[in-house]
Design a protein. Structure first.
Length: 459
């Protein structure tokens, strides 16, 4: 295993740098293709969220891999490499596995224990499978990361501390008050209709807002979200919620009546400028209450200058990063760390064992060829053998070979799964004079089968 991850997150970089390095959704596929086209990498996957950008790859050269992946992150994110370099972190092999498993459990999240990261990891794997850049290593890695995250949430109490970023943001807006009491009866505007915006809308409805407007560039998506919220069995079905979808050009008008705004779009530039917020506040005839705004986008949707507008209370990713630094950690975090350590060891053992499988298959193939050759030679020397005798001799020879190979092949798989066991495959090839090309052919066949399976899963 030569797993490498290069990335930056809220823990390593200021939000201003994360914002400039953010990947547009359409750039992720091109980044993955460029990564596998580069010489050091054979597989790639990218995990891009509002507070982290990480590129995973299977590489055959560590230093060349770090240089290439760093360059690609800068190029596709639009930031200069010199600007990113001080904030990039690098993890390799077991440390890279440990990092992803920790991320999947919410240990590396801005809000410890939050579960939304699992959906983002699932999406990262799906994109890599669609682009055909995830082979055996990354498929195994990301699928196990999802299992580890689910195990952490089901076997420990980390969910008690694990909030969504939306809930954490609304708590900051509420200033420590109960979110449900703070939101009750308010008029809310949600900008965007993606997964984070949908979660925000659902959270606000459940908290008791009286009115909700959803603005999106594609109005049909906003209408669909409103339908889900208000249909029988939906979160707003039992309340007197008034919900509607509006086009993006109606946002300025909606601001004048809104009490709380949540924005999370994939836009490359600002969605809500300081002038629009100031105008909305100035146009509130007879109202002295302020406007609460939550910006969960990266890069940001709402102009940071809104922080300086009287009557506006803006909470953005930078605000949340500062607040999360002081948030208490769950008592079960140590248990989750134990789960992560155990799963990292299990993953490493499985990968090391899988590494020797092509060599074992090649050894058994060579043994089968030897048996076939000797039986053919016997047929030439004893042509009068009947079919029953020939079959009995063939079966006997095969049993002898199988028994001779059974113990060493089982034992070598056990040894290979232990730390430092990678050399046993080389030893087998050397001892039995196996053709390296035969072993490589088995590996290629396995990889093609894995990628076919991945395409089947996503089709």
């Amino acid at each position: 295993m030569s797993l490498l991850v290069v990335g930056l997150s809220h823990r390593s970089a200021p939000v201003s740098v994360l914002e400039r390095a953010a990947l547009a959704p359409e750039a992720r596929g091109k980044l993955l293709q460029d990564a596998v086209s580069a010489e050091p990498a054979t597989e790639s996957a990218v995990l891009s969220t509002c507070n982290r950008i990480e590129l995973y790859a299977d590489v055959d050269k560590f230093h060349a891999g770090v240089a290439e992946l760093s360059t690609l992150l800068a190029r596709h994110g639009g930031a200069a490499l010199e600007e990113l370099t001080p904030y990039l972190y690098v993890h390799y092999e077991d440390r890279a596995v440990h990092h992803l498993f920790s991320v999947a459990c919410g240990l590396d999240s801005m809000v410890i224990g939050e579960g939304q990261i699992l959906g983002q990891i699932k999406d990262a794997l799906a994109v890599a499978q669609e682009q055909h850049t995830a082979g055996r290593l990354l498929n195994d890695l990301f699928q196990q990361a999802l299992r580890v995250g689910k195990r952490a949430h089901s076997e420990t109490g980390i969910d008690k501390a694990g909030q969504s970023l939306v809930t954490f943001g609304l708590e900051q807006l509420a200033g420590g008050a109960d979110v449900a009491k703070w939101a009750e009866g308010k008029r809310a505007l949600v900008i965007g209709a993606g997964s984070m915006s949908s979660l925000a809308a659902t959270t606000l409805v459940r908290a008791g807002v009286a009115e909700l407007a959803v603005a999106n560039r594609t109005v049909e998506r906003a209408e669909r979200l409103v339908q889900i919220l208000t249909e029988p069995g939906g979160p707003g079905a039992a309340s007197r919620l008034t919900a509607r979808a509006v086009p993006m050009d109606a946002v300025a008008a909606e601001l004048a009546d809104a009490d709380v705004v949540v924005s999370c779009t994939g836009a490359a530039g600002l969605v809500l400028g300081a002038d629009a917020v100031a105008a909305a506040l100035a146009g509130r005839k007879g109202r002295t209450d302020g406007l609460a705004l939550l910006d969960l986008a990266m890069p940001r949707d709402i102009d940071a200058a809104v922080h300086r507008i009287e009557g506006a209370h803006l909470v953005d990713i930078e605000t949340l990063a500062d607040a999360s630094a002081d948030a208490p950690m769950a008592a079960d975090v140590d248990k989750v760390r134990g789960i992560v350590s155990d799963e990292v060891a299990a993953f490493g053992a499985a990968q090391r064992a899988a590494h020797i499988t092509p060599t074992v298959v090649a050894l058994r193939t060579m043994a089968a060829d030897v048996v076939a050759g000797e039986i053919a030679r016997l047929d030439g020397r004893l042509p009068d053998l009947d079919d029953k005798q020939r079959a009995e001799i063939t079966q006997t020879v095969r049993r002898v070979v199988d028994k001779l190979l059974h113990a060493p092949t089982v034992r070598v798989k056990q040894l290979a799964s232990e730390p430092g066991g990678a050399g046993y495959a080389d030893a087998l090839r050397e001892l039995f004079d196996l053709d390296p090309q035969t072993v490589a052919a088995v590996s290629r066949a396995d990889t093609r089968a894995d990628r076919h399976d991945a395409r089947e899963r996503t089709s």
